[in-house]
Design a protein around this ligand. Structure first.
Ligand code: NAD
Ligand code: ZN
Length: 376
């Protein structure tokens, strides 16, 4: 069976295109009373970008904190806050669960816009799903568990590499696992890619999130799920990453933004691999951020991604990056068990990397060895 996958419906790209946001949103506003919810990375509090957000009338800007990567509890909190806000105008809480187009307009915002890195974009996707689906976010971690379409939602990256802008998942840490809400309804309806928005990202963060993209490509291009669709996007993305991190051209930000998009498209029709499975464990047990966790894991995977790891080290050198190895020192037995459990839930990743018989190759002991190797 071939996957018939949903793609982002509309894309605007270009330096300064953020100025078009008002015009784009006006096509989604039914009337002057319709409400847009802007979830904005709180790193922009007091910065010029906030002033440029075209909020009108009863629109709500919610500063969104991503010191910790998105937790299901935070999604529930934000969704409840928005429902309460809507109820303050309509006088009663919305029905428990209903597709947005059958919900009375008073109860539903016209759109949810996430402005930030992978974390805020994922939060915007998850909140837009939870406004129209009953229960709690953690109940939907998995594949195709969502029943109702999401509220119209839009992503505006301010940091490039994760590919969250094009993916059909929102990666969340829940009480038991770090796992995405994967569904066709998760995909953004609109994205806005303005390279000017990533100009001021601190150098380390720029590298770690950029390497997320590089690793997506390496894992996709070396995986058993590879096909011409994924390969076409993956190769172009890899070429752009090489340009950005080895040659550092003038238009680096434009290129990285497109690399992220293409890298995301590549894994959409294949999968990531061992590095991501291990990185999810690191993030769950120690709260290590995705890009950093990927770099720490990838640096110890010579055995599986030999050429990729050599090139990654060249990129680290060129960009003067020192990995924070202290974050992966002295794992307790309990942490080892937890990380191994989290990593093993991600079966498609292992199968992509190692083939159908991966369970014979990747034992619990082997996974623990790989975690131990990271601090060397
Ligand atoms: P992030 O969104 O967690 O942000 C990292 C830091 O950069 C934060 O402190 C943030 O405030 C700051 N930041 C963001 N934009 C900035 C800017 N323009 N200037 C200065 N600082 C800025 O980082 P990320 O690497 O983009 O995203 C990681 C998250 O994405 C993880 O939660 C990961 O699980 C998720 N992810 C999702 C997908 C997907 O397909 N949905 C894929 C990969 C990763
Ligand atoms: Zn990733």
């Amino acid at each position: 069976m071939f996957r018939n996958f949903k793609m982002v419906s509309k894309v605007v790209f270009g330096r300064g295109c953020f100025d078009q946001l008002d015009e784009i949103l006006s096509t989604q506003r039914a009337d002057d009373d319709s409400i847009m919810i802007f979830l904005v990375d709180d790193v922009f509090d007091g910065k010029a970008l906030i002033e440029k957000i075209p909020a009108r009338g009863k629109d709500l800007i919610i500063p969104t904190n991503v010191d910790l990567e998105p937790k299901t509890g935070y999604i529930d909190e934000l969704s409840d806050k928005i429902k309460d806000y809507m109820a303050s105008f309509s006088g009663s809480l919305p029905p428990d669960s209903m597709p947005p187009d059958s919900m009375p307009p008073d109860f539903m915002p016209s759109g949810v816009i996430g402005i930030g890195g992978g974390s805020v974009m994922d939060i915007a996707k998850a909140v837009s799903l939870m406004l129209s689906n009953k229960g709690k976010a953690h109940e939907y971690q998995g594949w195709d568990l969502i029943n109702n379409p999401a509220v119209w939602h839009m992503g505006v990256p301010t940091l490039s590499g994760t590919g969250s802008e094009v993916s059909r998942t929102t990666v969340l840490t829940g009480p038991e696992k770090k796992l995405g809400i994967n569904s066709d309804y998760t995909v953004f309806d609109q994205i806005l890619l303005d390279p000017e928005l990533i100009a001021d990202v601190p150098a380390d963060q720029h590298f770690y999130t950029g390497m997320d993209c590089y690793i997506h490509c390496v894992e996709s291009l070396t995986g058993s799920y590879l096909n011409a669709f994924s390969q076409s996007y993956g190769e172009k993305s890899l070429e752009l990453c090489r340009d950005v991190f080895l040659k550092k051209p003038q238009d680096s930000d434009d290129k990285l933004m497109m690399a992220s998009y293409f890298g995301g498209m590549s894994i959409a029709y294949s999968q990531v691999g061992i590095c991501h499975a291990l990185s999810y464990g690191l993030s769950f047990a120690r709260g290590i951020h995705h890009g950093v966790g990927n770099c720490l894991a990838f640096d110890s995977l010579d055995e599986y991604y030999t050429e990729g790891v050599i090139e990654f080290r060249e990129m680290m050198k060129k960009n003067k990056i020192q990995l924070p190895k202290d974050q992966v020192e002295n794992f307790s037995d309990e942490e080892m068990e937890t990380m191994t459990n989290v990593a093993l839930v991600l079966e498609p990743l292992w199968e992509n990397a190692l083939g159908k018989d991966w369970k014979e190759i990747m034992t619990r002991e082997k996974i623990k060895q790989l975690y131990s190797r990271m601090s060397e």
